[in-house]
Design a protein around this ligand. Structure first.
Ligand SMILES: *Cc1c(COP(=O)(O)O)cnc(C)c1O
Length: 227
């Protein structure tokens, strides 16, 4: 029997290969391990293999894991819907928030970011193709919210995030392309924006071809979620 490679090694190799095929530097794409519902041990095992960036959706679950894995130099990303009464803990315990979709939440995150921490990195979540989803703002509303966020002292606007509709399959390419075009337009006036958070287990390859700088991968790393 031969050892099969770990999913982490395989996915990192995939990311490098797709970068090379698309003429991109393989260092230009960050793998975010989406670890919702996974145990501390599963995260620790991945961290032992060198994974540093973890994405969590549920605040309480995330806070427990962050506490349990303290001292490992991990980078924590909040990627779930944000209730405004949860902003204080998010601002205090995370390094990134991908799911900012309204000014009220952005203001609270900035006000509640502890003074001893660097500014919180944020992305605006955009509702690219799924009118039914309550998460994310419309593409047309992005420039105004982005302009507001750049005035908030304790946030650092990094870019855009989207979750295309699950049933859109190959068509997530169109949504990814729209998101990339929107970021590129924003960069005319906000050249420091550098992040396109898009692509999950099923479509991270397509997302990289379309310019993703961060792919959020859960199932392909950890196996199917049972919870
Ligand atoms: C769960 C989740 C993912 C990962 O999905 P997989 O299909 O398991 O890779 C990525 N992004 C967000 C926002 C999620 O909630």
């Amino acid at each position: 029997m031969t050892d099969s490679k770990s999913p982490l090694i395989e996915i990192n190799a995939q990311i490098s290969a797709i970068c090379e095929q698309s003429g991109r530097d393989s260092g230009s794409v960050q793998l975010l391990a989406v670890s919702k519902t996974r145990t501390v041990d599963e995260l620790a095992r991945l961290a032992d293999q060198g994974q540093r960036h973890f994405g969590e959706n549920y605040l309480q679950e995330a806070l427990d894991k962050i506490a349990a894995l303290q001292g490992r130099d991990l980078v924590w990303h909040f990627i779930g819907p944000i209730q405004s009464n949860k902003t204080r803990d998010i601002a205090a315990h995370f390094d990134w928030v991908h799911s900012v979709d309204r000014l009220k939440v952005a203001r609270r995150l900035s006000e509640q970011r502890p003074a001893e921490l660097p500014p919180l990195n944020v992305c605006i979540q955009v509702n690219v193709d799924d009118e039914d989803s309550k998460s994310g703002i419309a593409l047309e509303a992005v420039p105004a919210l982005a302009a507001e966020i750049t005035t908030l002292p304790n946030l650092r606007l990094r870019g855009l995030m989207a979750i295309p509709r699950a049933d859109s399959g190959d068509n997530s390419r169109g949504a990814f392309r729209q998101l990339a075009m929107t970021l590129s337009q924003l960069r005319n006036t906000m050249p420091s924006l550098d992040t396109l958070s898009m692509g999950m287990s099923a479509d991270y390859g397509v997302a990289i071809e379309e310019g993703a700088t961060m792919v959020r991968v859960g199932t392909a790393l950890f196996g199917p979620r049972t919870a």
